[in-house]
Design a protein around this ligand. Structure first.
Ligand SMILES: [Zn+2]
Length: 54
């Protein structure tokens, strides 16, 4: 029986678009800090947060 994994990369779920995203090399240094799947989602999160607090 083969139990062969694909790439065993860590994953997270983006709180903005609710989609899972996998580790990328560009995040190697600060994967722990990565919350959003993309800069776009990051901006969107910040935009919505700031509009609420205002
Ligand atoms: Zn996202």
């Amino acid at each position: 029986m083969k139990t062969r994994r694909k790439r065993d990369l860590p994953q997270k779920t983006c709180p903005v678009c609710k989609r899972p995203f996998a580790w990328r090399r560009k995040w190697a240094k600060d994967w722990d800090r990565v919350v959003y799947c993309s800069a776009r989602c990051k901006r969107q999160a910040r935009a919505s947060a700031s509009s609420k607090s205002a």
